[in-house]
Design a protein around this ligand. Structure first.
Ligand code: GLA
Length: 380
């Protein structure tokens, strides 16, 4: 991949690139729709991600070619306006940088992450791009500042009100570790992942047009639940502070849907803590059960699953070498994650593809990755 992005840059712009950056996609093991409610998440960085190669230009003109989309975006540094395409992620980043660009540049983006599959290709693009800019400008930023800039660009410029998980793991990922993040206190720790396991991501191939508006609606419903609970318990600040008992006491102050959304968030936070606890004690048996409960809660209380995702989860879970499976990411299509024994990758892929094809007539793309490292850049 590294060499390919460098070759594409040479071909496209007829010169040598100066900087190569990379940022990984992510898969979340447990803790879904909790990161915008002050809750807990447990993602892993993937070995797949987004590469950017490029170098400074002679004037203020910025040219970025996406090899995946076969499309070039061009604009003048300082003139970052929204156009409704992939360039918005980049222009959003530039807007929120704490320094001005000293010149324009040319860059090529190339990713081995499938887009819109729930693996956070947008955070990988944002983080890789910030690293690329730091490389060409010879600047440094704190890791947390990098996360913050990418998060603001996505929320305030692109317009998806996402939480902080995806940007955070893309920066802070560590090989063979999951990342436990408390999204309220912004404190994290790396949790060792058993060396005999790996992660599989199975893409349902379903992309939901409405996913960003549905996502923003879920956020609003969570806020509604919080506001209702606050009427009885004014001290609570996020759903993270709300217990099941408090939620039941406030049940009459909200509608059934809003109640279910909050129930998911509250129970999910507990499950994340339990999974971390079991992993730290090296007691891996209960993880499968907790992932199953997490999927059920996403399907029934948060209502972000689809029959195809349920089918993939059930099929994966029925295999003796799988130790947990659930939908991952925002839902409404996208992918499932499965924990499986390392040597069973080939068997798993064949089985899941065969069953999914028989059931839905679709091909399920499967990728494997152990938990991997976070973003970096290199001077070439
Ligand atoms: C998307 C968002 C994340 C998180 C997940 C759901 O991936 O970008 O911030 O909210 O959905 O857990």
């Amino acid at each position: 991949m590294k060499n390919r992005v460098i070759d594409i840059f040479r071909e496209k712009y007829g010169k040598e690139p100066e900087i190569l950056s990379f940022a990984p996609g992510r898969v979340n093991i447990i803790g879904e729709h909790t990161d915008y409610n002050g809750g807990f998440v447990l993602p892993a960085a993937l070995k797949q991600g987004t590469y950017i190669a490029g170098g400074k230009g002679k004037d203020r003109s910025i040219k970025v070619y996406s090899a995946n989309l076969d499309r070039e975006e061009e604009w003048q540094a300082g003139n970052e306006t929204k156009r409704g395409n992939f360039g918005d992620y980049l222009r959003g980043i530039i807007k929120f940088l704490p320094f001005e660009l000293s010149s324009g540049f040319e860059a090529v983006i190339f990713s081995d992450l499938p887009m819109e599959s729930g693996l956070s290709s947008s955070a990988a693009l944002e983080i890789s791009f910030i690293n690329f800019i730091l490389g060409i400008e010879g600047k440094t930023l704190d890791k947390l500042d990098i996360v913050e800039i990418a998060h603001r660009a996505e929320n305030q410029f692109v317009g998806l009100q996402c939480g902080i998980m995806d940007q955070f793991i893309s920066v802070f990922g560590r090989e063979n570790h999951l990342l436990f993040l408390d999204t309220l206190k912004i404190r994290h720790k790396h949790v060792p992942f058993p060396s005999f396991w790996t992660l599989a991501v199975v893409n349902s191939g379903i992309k939901r047009e409405l996913s960003s508006s549905e996502y923003n609606r879920r956020r609003k419903e969570c806020e509604e639940a919080l506001n209702a609970v606050k009427k009885l318990f004014p001290e609570v600040e996020t759903l993270r502070d709300v217990t099941e008992e408090m939620l039941f006491e406030a049940k009459d102050l909200m509608n059934e849907t809003v109640f279910k959304r909050a129930m998911h968030v509250i129970s999910e936070n507990q499950r994340v803590l339990q999974v971390v606890d079991y992993l730290e004690k090296r007691d891996t048996c209960m993880i499968e059960k907790l992932m199953k409960l997490a999927h059920q809660s996403l399907a029934e209380d948060f209502e972000v699953s689809l029959p195809e995702l349920d089918f993939l989860v059930d099929t994966a879970s029925s295999l003796p070498y799988v130790h947990g499976a659930r939908l991952t990411g925002a839902g409404f299509g996208g992918s499932i994650v499965a924990i499986l024994e390392k040597k069973k990758e080939k068997e798993f892929r064949e089985k899941i593809q065969e069953e999914y094809m028989r059931k839905s007539g679709r091909k399920a793309d499967v990728l494997f990755s152990p938990p991997s490292s976070g973003a970096y850049f290199l001077k070439l």
